[in-house]
Design a protein around this ligand. Structure first.
Ligand code: NAG
Ligand code: NAG
Ligand code: NAG
Ligand code: NAG
Ligand code: NAG
Ligand code: NAG
Ligand code: NAG
Ligand code: NAG
Ligand code: NAG
Ligand code: NAG
Ligand code: NAG
Ligand code: NAG
Length: 724
């Protein structure tokens, strides 16, 4: 019975809070509840279309327009994760400024009359470095993340409470008249629950109770968690929840889809995942037909992993294939097709929510779902053809319907087709890239080649190979492993062998670049073997281990291992130098990073020189001053002539780049890097590149991006559906 606690509370809250309704999405200040059909807001069941937009993956200057385009696309809800490691970089020190301004983001949602779903986590995965956890948790004694473990629970509760209190203090919960109608605790925990044995289920129970006790006046969900304890709602994440979801774990909970993947994240070396508008619409319509009442597009706008925020091997552009692309431009026909679907479903939502539902077969692979309100004489039908290859002709209510392959036809009055998932009316659009500046003027570039440290230069030393993250504490991607040895055996063709658990290694011997090796998202471990030359006498080996984001998923994240595992120089079958247990010296980060030479104020701390012809030197910093492109179109930097590194514009990192890691089709995964307009000044903009491999800055360029055809709104007459 305790599941109905909020109904009891509601009686008091309703009496106590009075808030004026002004717009759709602005609630009266009642608790949000639910029943077996849907969420109940202001006493009414609601069918909700939601889209994920993550505030730190765009800029505050973009938020208004992104949310506006989501609203125009027929969404009622904006869903976001909360990014713990952005907000609490050190224990008890908080940051809610700039791109981290969660309150401003939620208020922007409210200002546009939409609802918000806050997925607090605070573990979020999300292809975000360390799954959103702050790295300092790693050094909390005795900690085991995401388990029934006191230290972890302490910090998780502390942060969750901080966020809920912040939202309450700003009046942002629906029960206070704000937009937040739903929150999430944990994230896809069931995937790893078994690894924690009996500490898994007890953690789930603790997390649910901890969250519910925070009394937000809005329901909590746990996604992919069939044992979500009451009153927390278990929800589905995936591509095909209409087909795969086992349903809520209680008849009193609604059927909700918290992540409908509009595409998939892309990794370095991977191709973009293209999901058609028809496929998305098919599964959404199917989910609605099968009692779904809340669907969230993951992502509706992906955006950019600025700085070092992407997780291991994930590219800087995030879900560019979403209905709004990385720059916030409409991706057609996806955006328009889904907009029509939302409008069609909304036009019959009362019948869908209040009608009685029946379903029956129309053929071997064809079925009908019918919602009817007898008293009002209203009826809505979903005619589904699951046959992926052929049309099917079916009889429904004395009429013959030809159903296209893999389609859902939505019939208002159970008669007239108002939407068909397989019939796309929206025109496809194209992005046009205009080159506004090629940075090919040699004398405008300057460079600084970073220093390769030797063993004598290092202050941290150890007699073994140390774990990468535990040494860097994630203040940098880079960790130098150095040693010095006397070459005293006969070695005709020495070969350096370095085994790493990730992600990239660059090798220098006696200050000479020997080469590199790297793993991939799916196979992080790799072995690099390079023939080398040795001096008689003393030799210095300096190995630069590089991480491309911290891991973001799986059990026991606090025990992950990255960096070097084995280092040898093989001379012959019998003779080798085994350096695995040896005197190693460590340096965290590059010199230029330590001196922050990507910032204008620190530039002069190193000596820059002219670039000359094609420079192509590893570990080199480049800088140039440029004028911004005119107009308001999004600006992108084409780095296709570079290798791997990071880029800054006016002191702000626009993200890591890795152009030299080619896909199976022989192309870079990402060559265009977004420079938000708000990062640019009217003149004298500073671009700094840190290049690890080589690369030629003289072929980089500045571009703007726009769309080929303007979006034309589809008139409601054209759709010819009856608006109840
Ligand atoms: C969270 O922890 C900090 C210290 O790290 C403490 O100052 C604060 O009071 C705690 N907050 C809560 C809500 O427990
Ligand atoms: C979710 O989205 C994917 C495409 O992103 C689509 O194929 C799938 O059918 C959708 N499912 C639901 C239930 O909306
Ligand atoms: C949908 O809801 C109806 C009644 O509300 C129920 O009988 C049916 O089992 C539900 N279907 C699914 C797939 O959950
Ligand atoms: C459903 O029906 C009830 C009463 O029959 C009504 O109060 C409510 O407004 C209806 N809900 C919707 C969404 O139309
Ligand atoms: C009704 O739909 C459910 C799934 O939503 C399915 O399991 C059941 O077989 C369908 N019933 C008929 C008669 O087709
Ligand atoms: C279908 O036609 C039959 C005979 O003409 C009629 O009795 C029945 O009511 C019709 N059914 C519907 C749903 O219109
Ligand atoms: C399938 O049905 C659609 C719509 O009814 C029709 O336009 C199309 O020509 C049909 N295709 C085939 C192969 O029959
Ligand atoms: C590293 O040590 C060597 C030898 O002592 C010295 O020549 C060099 O200048 C040092 N480099 C740095 C960056 O301190
Ligand atoms: C991390 O480093 C500290 C010493 O700095 C050491 O005590 C600890 O065992 C290391 N932890 C791991 C997981 O390597
Ligand atoms: C060769 O050098 C290694 C250290 O690099 C030392 O341990 C070993 O004793 C030396 N061997 C000879 C024969 O000098
Ligand atoms: C290194 O020493 C070996 C023999 O000790 C000698 O044959 C060789 O020429 C020397 N190499 C160099 C580059 O001095
Ligand atoms: C090198 O040393 C490590 C650590 O002592 C040892 O585990 C490994 O087997 C050695 N490798 C070879 C090839 O002997």
């Amino acid at each position: 019975m305790e599941l109905w606690w909020w109904q009891l509370r509601r009686a008091f809250v309703v009496a106590a809070v009075v808030v004026v309704i002004t717009q759709e999405g602005c609630v009266r200040g009642e608790d949000v509840t639910y029943d077996g059909r849907s969420l109940i807001i202001d006493g009414e069941r609601r069918l909700l279309f939601s889209g994920s937009i993550h505030y730190p993956r765009s800029t505050p200057e973009m938020w208004g327009s992104l949310i506006g385009k989501a609203k125009e696309g027929g969404l009622n809800v904006i869903q976001t994760y909360v990014f713990w490691n952005r907000h609490e970089p050190q224990p008890g020190q908080y940051d809610f400024s700039g791109r981290n301004d969660l309150v401003k983001f939620i208020k922007e949602i409210q200002a546009q009359g939409l609802y918000a779903c806050l997925r607090i986590g605070p573990f979020i995965e999300s292809e975000w470095t360390y799954g959103g956890l702050p790295f300092w948790l790693h050094d909390v004694p005795g900690i085991v993340y995401r388990s029934d473990n006191e230290p972890f629970k302490f910090y998780m509760q502390n942060f969750t409470t901080k966020i809920v209190n912040l939202m309450k203090s700003e009046g942002l919960y629906a029960s206070q008249g704000g937009p937040i109608i739903l929150s999430q605790i944990e994230n896809e925990y069931q995937n790893i629950e078994a690894a924690f044995h009996e500490k898994g289920p007890s953690y789930v129970r603790w997390a649910a109770k901890m969250a519910v006790d925070l009394q937000t006046g809005a329901p909590w969900v746990m996604c992919k968690q069939t044992d979500a304890p009451d009153p927390v709602i278990n929800t589905c994440n995936g591509m095909k929840c209409g087909q795969t979801f086992g349903g809520p774990n209680s008849p009193n909970k609604p059927t909700m889809w918290t992540e409908n993947w509009t595409s998939f994240y892309q990794v370095y070396g991977g191709e973009p995942y293209i999901r058609s508008a028809e496929d998305i619409a098919f599964h959404v319509a199917l989910f609605i037909a099968r009692n779904g009442s809340y669907i969230n597009y993951y992502m509706y706008h992906g955006g950019t992993n600025f700085g070092r925020t992407g997780s291991a091997y994930v590219i800087t552009g995030y879900y560019d294939q979403a209905p709004l692309d990385e720059y916030g431009l409409l991706r057609q026909p996806k955006w328009g097709h889904l907009k029509e679907l939302h409008a069609a479903i909304k036009s019959c939502s009362t019948t869908l929510l209040n009608g009685t539902r029946t379903n029956f077969s129309l053929g071997q692979l064809q079925e009908a779902y019918v919602f009817s309100e007898e008293s009002a004489g209203r009826c809505v039908a979903f005619l589904i053809n699951n046959d992926e290859k052929s049309n099917a002709t079916v009889q429904f209510r004395n009429a013959s319907h030809e159903l296209m392959p893999k389609s859902v036809a939505i019939l208002s009055d159970c008669e007239k087709e108002i939407f068909n998932t397989a019939r796309v009316n929206t025109k496809q659009n194209k992005r046009i890239i205009r080159s506004t500046k090629i940075f090919d003027t040699m004398d405008k570039w300057q460079k600084f080649t970073d220093i390769i440290p030797n063993f004598e230069n290092t202050s941290l030393q150890s007699d073994t190979l140390l774990e990468h993250m535990n040494v860097t504490k994630d203040v940098s991607d880079y960790l130098w492993y150095t040693l010095s040895f006397q070459h005293n055996i006969s070695c005709a063709e020495p070969v350096l062998v370095v085994e790493s658990l990730g992600h990239v290694t660059h090798a220098f011997i006696n200050n000479m670049y020997i080469g590199n090796g790297h793993g991939s998202h799916d196979t992080k471990q790799f072995v690099m073997e390079k023939p080398i030359g040795l001096n008689n006498g003393t030799n210095n080996i300096s190995l630069l281990s590089v991480m491309v984001g911290l891991p973001d998923s799986g059990a026991y994240l606090e025990r992950r291992f990255a960096g070097l595992r084995r280092v040898e120089i093989q001379c012959s079958k019998k003779e080798l130098y085994n350096f695995t247990n040896y005197d190693w010296g460590y340096q965290v980060g590059l010199l230029g990073e330590k001196m922050q030479i990507y910032k204008e104020e620190n530039m002069d701390n190193v000596e820059w020189s002219d670039v000359g012809g094609s420079s192509n030197q590893p570990l080199t910093w480049y800088k140039i001053v440029f004028e911004p492109p005119v107009g308001n179109d999004p600006v992108i930097l084409n780095l296709s002539s570079m290798g791997k590194g990071e880029a800054w514009v006016n002191d702000q990192s626009i993200g890591r780049y890795w152009v030299s890691f080619l896909t199976s089709k022989g192309k870079p995964s990402q060559t265009m890097y977004h420079i938000p307009r708000s990062f640019l000044k009217n003149s004298g903009n500073l671009l700094v590149l840190l290049e690890e491999y080589g690369g030629n800055p003289l072929h980089t360029s500045l571009n703007t991006i726009s769309l080929s055809t303007m979006y034309e709104p589809i008139s409601h007459n054209e759709l010819r559906y009856k608006n109840y």
